[in-house]
Structure formats: structure tokens, C-alpha cells
Design a protein around this ligand. Structure first.
Ligand SMILES: [Zn+2]
Length: 162
């Protein structure tokens, strides 16, 4: 599937798969790469300015959980565990919502969405996820929050690399 991506500098590029473009380094995510392993790439989609929100994308292009190689399976769970630990210790995040769907236009990627007090107005569990993300995109795009999001990226990056 071909998509058009508008970069932060205004350029529009055509990519077959956004996740391939990100994990191969063709596109640098805003805030930069948080962490990389042999098989996975960790970054934040700042289109949803939520401090500590992390996307874990595979470097290989596939869609299904049952397509992970044994090596990828091992790396995946220990990577998520490591990120979750840093979110808790360094950013004080008590709960995380995990979201992943196989019929995506991107390839295999997991969202790790911190659960904040303000999200409770959108309900609990899966029904609150999309409204909370949209609320962040439409109403939290101010300079102060963006600074906090970028700081969160830096804190996680430092934590994961140490
Ligand atoms: Zn891909």
C-alpha cells in the first residue's frame, strides 16, 4: 500500500509502508529514535503528544503476531519489559494500555500508551483509547506539552541506553 507522508519540514514523500520508512531511517521521527535492537525500532509518534507514549515497530515487514521468528519473539517481550520498566521508574507511569492490530497500513507495531488521569473522562479500557489520542492531538498540541513530550523521549532514550 502506497501512502503519502508530509514531513515536519513540509516535504511530502511517497512510501510503501510508513513503518519501513521509519525503521530503515528514511524518515526520522520527531524527537528521534528512542531505542533500537537488532529486530525492533522504538520511537514516539508526536502527532499524538502524550508524554511517554512509545511505538515499538519491527524492522522486518510483516503483519501477524504468528509471523514473529523465535528470535524476534524473545527480543520483543524483553524489549517491552525494559521499556515498561523505564516508563514506570523514570516517568512515573502506573498503567499502560497496549494496542496492536494486524490489519494496519503500516507493518507490525505496538502502541504503549500511558494511562493518565485526564484520560478517564473518555472512559476505561479500549473504548477510551481513540478519543484520548484524538484529544491529545487536537487539544494538547501546545508548546508546553510538546516540550514535556520531547523531554519524555529524552528521558526514555537515556534510560534505555544505560
Ligand atoms: Zn513495512
Amino acid at each position: 500500500m502506497v501512502g503519502h507522508i508530509t514531513l515536519a519540514d513540509g516535504r511530502t514523500i511517497e512510501v510503501d509502508c510508513l513503518s519501513c520508512a521509519l525503521t530503515s531511517g528514511l524518515i526520522t521521527p520527531t524527537g528521534g529514535v528512542i531505542y533500537e535492537t537488532d529486530h525492533f525500532h522504538v520511537h514516539q509518534d508526536v502527532a499524538y503528544p502524550i508524554r511517554g507514549l512509545v511505538i515499538v515497530a519491527s524492522k522486518r515487514h510483516f503483519y501477524g503476531m504468528d509471523e514473529l521468528s523465535v528470535e524476534e519473539q524473545m527480543e520483543y517481550i524483553s524489549l517491552i519489559h525494559k521499556i515498561r520498566h523505564e516508563q514506570r521508574i523514570l516517568l512515573g507511569i502506573d498503567h499502560v494500555y497496549y494496542f496492536y492490530n494486524e490489519d494496519t497500513t503500516h507493518h507490525f507495531h505496538l502502541w504503549m500508551v500511558p494511562r493518565y488521569e485526564w484520560m478517564k473522562e473518555f472512559g476505561n479500557s479500549v473504548e477510551s483509547l481513540r478519543p484520548a489520542l484524538l484529544h491529545a492531538r487536537n487539544h494538547m498540541n501546545d508548546e508546553e506539552n510538546m516540550e514535556s513530550v520531547l523531554e519524555g523521549i529524552t528521558i526514555l532514550r537515556d534510560g534505555l541506553r544505560n
